[in-house]
Design a protein. Structure first.
Length: 360
């Protein structure tokens, strides 16, 4: 009997790639439809009338926000390693710059690889720190978003999305707290258990009060500065710039960024910002000008700082980062066995004690 061997994960990765392309095409179609309805002369006039001083203030506030975003990650990384703050911040900025020029947010794989290489961590542990970094950021974002209906007349569907997402996000935190328990080993661990342990090693920051406090404090400061950035940019384009309006636009952008994105989130970002601003009663042409200007304001500083930060890494580290930038699935696969282990043990109703891999 002949049996054809299918490469592990090959079909799934192809299906994911096809799905991403289809989503990109859908986003591109929406962007084209929106662009055709815009009066570009009015957009040029909006740029010409923008307040350069307020745009400069917005750029400075955005840089401050990114510093606290990197600090949020640092607070969680120091639970598993002893890197310097500047070292983690450099990894963060290079990763963010990578996401500007690479598709499918491959910059995330870049920062994971650089952190692992520079600090002698496994990819799975580095991946775990990024996972809880996004979780902390999401918790703060949805807590802020949950307050929007109290200040703005938002549509019913927005209330449903926001208030449904809050318990989901905190449920995810509870799952991660459970996974973060006791990542120690005993002999005879299965392959799944060893892989799970490597991932859980990066989650231990959730069990360290100092790390959690530092991460949430940095996240709150980062979001505060990002709201101020958005409000300043709105004011620069002579648009309503209350804190509530800025929060609504940021929430719209982040919802759009959940869609698989091309490099620099082109199209997704503009769609999210423009749609939110129009939903708040803004003019379509002014919304287009703001979305384009606001996106450029975020991209340019990150590219400059990320490029400068890259100079601090060794040649081999840069080569490894370039390799995972071209093959981000290698970093994703660092957690695949762990995910299978979670699914297997959750089906039995219990997550067993995880064990570390020999040689980790």
């Amino acid at each position: 009997m002949n049996t054809q061997v299918v490469p592990r994960g090959g079909t799934r990765h192809r299906l994911v790639a096809v799905a991403r392309v289809l989503v990109w095409l859908a986003v591109a179609a929406c962007a084209v439809i929106f662009a055709r309805s815009i009066h570009w002369g009015s957009v040029r006039d909006a740029f010409a009338a923008a307040d350069g001083r307020l745009l400069g203030i917005a750029a400075a506030l955005w840089i401050g926000s990114t510093v606290f975003q990197g600090t949020r990650w640092y607070a969680l990384v120091r639970a598993v390693a002893k890197p310097s703050w500047r070292s983690v911040l450099a990894c963060y900025y290079v990763g963010q710059a990578g996401s500007v020029v690479l598709p499918m947010r491959a910059g995330e794989a870049v920062r994971i690889e650089l952190l692992a290489r520079r600090n002698g961590l496994s990819r799975a542990v580095a991946l775990g720190t990024v996972a809880i970094d996004h979780t902390v950021n999401g918790c703060v974002m949805f807590l802020l978003a949950a307050s929007l209906p109290l200040f703005l007349p938002v549509p019913t569907w927005t209330r449903v999305v926001v208030w449904t997402a809050v318990p989901v996000v905190f449920g995810l935190v509870l799952v991660m707290l459970r996974l973060a328990r006791d990542p120690k080993a005993h002999p005879g661990a299965s392959k799944f258990q060893r892989s799970l342990n490597r991932l859980r090693g990066g989650l231990v920051g959730l069990r360290r009060p100092r790390s959690v406090f530092g991460a949430f404090s940095a996240a709150i400061l980062a979001w505060t500065l990002e709201i101020a950035t958005t409000a300043s940019a709105l004011a620069a384009f002579h648009l309503p710039h209350s804190a509530a309006a800025a929060m609504a636009i940021l929430f719209g952008v982040n919802l759009a960024l959940a869609i698989p994105a091309p490099p620099a989130n082109l199209g997704n970002f503009e769609f999210g910002a423009g749609f939110a601003l129009v939903a708040l009663g803004g003019d379509k042409n002014a919304a287009a000008a703001f979305a384009l200007g606001f996106h450029a304001l975020q991209i340019v500083p990150v590219l400059i700082i990320g490029g400068a930060s890259l100079l601090g890494f060794r040649g081999r580290q840069i080569a490894a980062a370039a390799h995972v930038a071209a093959h981000p699935s290698e970093v994703e696969q660092a957690g695949e066995d762990a995910e299978a282990a979670v699914a297997e043990q959750a089906a039995r109703g219990s997550l067993g004690r995880a064990q570390p891999s020999p040689g980790e």
